[in-house]
Design a binder for this molecule. Structure first.
Ligand code: ADP
Ligand code: MG
Length: 482
């Protein structure tokens, strides 16, 4: 697709994001939401849709949703009601999903995202509470679809954005922001690959400058942030090409196929559901008092932007470093725990932003799965700060700590890496290196001062990496200068 066509059209995107909440029990039944249990062991007659069963609202569903609303600058309704969304599917034995329709609990918020250094405000239309359906299992029995209802009734929030997003990159940034916030609030683990965060993307195009929105399609089945970005890129191109060739966009739902890297049609508007929403008669309206709001406000943790600014102010780091450390709440917690032990933030941010992040990236793991505890990392930094080891020994010990549970100082001794700052040990080695390299000595004396690095390297090698390089440098220059 040429740049020119991208300049001619503008993409319009709105996202619907579902987050599975980390409550202990289900939205309307006192049974565990824990993941991974044997199928159909976490069910009550209500989850099975037995007649006569009545839902009872889990208060934490309300509290968690309000937290998200406050963190995204939403208004919170004093009174909102639940509604039944009716449809038939085998994983929904009740024949309806309890959701909210006309009166969502949170409304009219916004989030700021940064793309290419520019801050962009994305409106949030609403956040409402609902329950999840069960799971259909297609790959266990050759003839039948099996149903697991453990997930049926797990609490969800749906966050609906305004059609304010203008590019796949903005959509990515917005999603990342939502993930960051739910993790900071500890209301959802934000894992898109595992389905605890899900996103449907609505997208249309229009000639640049046109006010009126174009006909949209809805994209589903994207199970990673990258796939949302890719699917949107694909769909925007498809729509532009279609319109350029004289066609029209049909309102339809498309499924993203991550292997084929393209979308497939799921249903058209004619097949679109009519959910016959009506107020849920078995649940009273949700009333939110001022006192409850104050209480929840007081429970809100330090949010990412505030924490980032504090890192800049308190630790004197660059905004970029502060961003990289606070983007993931758990990484920021890890960093601060190490700083508490070591005192000086500088050597801590140095190693966390380089070695630690490198390992997380290489292994595709989160900081919670990182094998070196804050206590052990602090010890490593401490022995380096105390000049007991040099910087290359530090890297070597760090790599060893990934494999062994041992402490840094024990490993330093075991690997014979305790730094030698003892002149009487180093003196003969320095002397030997100088005698072995008369040519280099001559060139050094002729003005090639850069060769000092070569001599230091030689001494480091002959001392098996144990020499204090600063001291070696002093000894060499002293000897060669006279
Ligand atoms: P539905 O009732 O079909 O779910 P909504 O009006 O709730 O539709 O909108 C769903 C999402 O689609 C919202 O995030 C909204 O911003 C977005 N959206 C609505 N119209 C358009 C459009 N023409 N182009 C892109 N996104 C749109
Ligand atoms: Mg919708």
């Amino acid at each position: 697709m040429t740049e020119e066509l991208h300049d001619k059209y503008e993409a319009v995107i709105g996202l619907e994001v579902h987050c599975q909440l980390l409550t202990q029990s289900k939205a309307f039944a006192p049974v565990s939401t824990e993941f991974g249990g044997m199928p159909n062991t976490q069910v009550t007659p209500l989850c099975l849709g037995h007649p006569g069963t009545l839902p009872v609202l889990n208060e934490n569903l309300v509290r968690y949703t309000i937290k998200m609303g406050l963190a995204t600058n939403c208004g919170v309704a004093k009174k909102s009601i639940f509604a039944r969304k009716n449809y038939f599917y085998p994983d929904l034995p009740k024949g309806y999903q309890i959701s909210q329709y006309e009166t969502p609990i949170c409304h009219d918020g916004h989030l700021d995202v940064t793309v290419d250094g520019e801050v962009k405000r994305i409106g949030i239309t609403r956040i409402h509470m609902e329950e999840d359906a069960g799971k259909s299992i297609h790959d266990q029995d050759p003839y039948n679809t099996l149903i697991d209802l453990n997930r049926a009734g797990t609490p969800l929030i749906e966050i609906v954005s305004e059609p304010d997003i203008r590019s796949p990159q903005e959509a990515y940034a917005y999603l990342n922001r939502i993930k960051q916030i739910v993790q900071y609030l500890e209301i959802c683990d934000g894992n898109m690959e595992e389905g605890s965060l899900r996103c449907d993307a609505n997208v249309s195009i229009r000639p640049r400058g046109q006010k009126e929105l174009g006909t949209r399609t809805e994209l589903k089945n994207m199970n990673s942030f990258r796939n949302v970005e890719r699917a949107l890129e694909y769909e925007i191109r498809r729509q532009i090409r279609l319109v350029e060739n004289g066609g029209e966009v049909n309102q339809q739902t498309l499924l993203w196929d991550a292997n084929e890297m393209k979308t497939r049609q799921m249903r058209t508007k004619e097949e679109a559901h009519d959910y016959r929403y009506f107020p849920e008669p078995d649940l009273p309206p949700v009333m939110v008092t001022e006192a409850m709001l104050d209480e929840i406000r007081a429970e809100l943790p330090e949010m990412p932007d505030v924490r980032k600014q504090r890192f800049v102010d308190e630790y004197g780091m660059s905004p970029e470093d502060a961003h990289n450390l606070t983007n993931d709440r758990y990484l920021a917690d890890y960093f601060e725990e190490v700083v508490d032990r070591v005192g000086d933030p500088k050597p801590v941010s140095n190693i966390v932003l380089t070695e630690v992040l490198r390992v997380l990236n290489d292994r595709s793991i989160t900081i919670n799965e990182f094998p070196v505890s804050t206590e052990r990392l602090a010890e490593l930094i401490q022995i380096r700060e105390d000049d007991k080891i040099n910087s290359s020994a530090m890297t070597e010990i760090f790599n060893e700590m990934l494999k062994q549970e041992k402490g840094a100082e024990d490993l330093a001794k075991e690997l014979n890496l305790i730094q030698v700052s003892d002149n009487s040990f180093l003196e003969p080695i320095v002397q030997e290196v100088i005698e072995d390299h008369p040519d280099e000595v001559e060139r050094y004396k002729d003005g090639k001062k850069g060769l000092v690095g070569f001599f230091i390297g030689q001494v480091m090698q002959r001392s098996q990496g144990k020499a204090n390089p600063q001291l070696v440098r002093e000894m060499i220059t002293e000897k060669l200068e006279d």
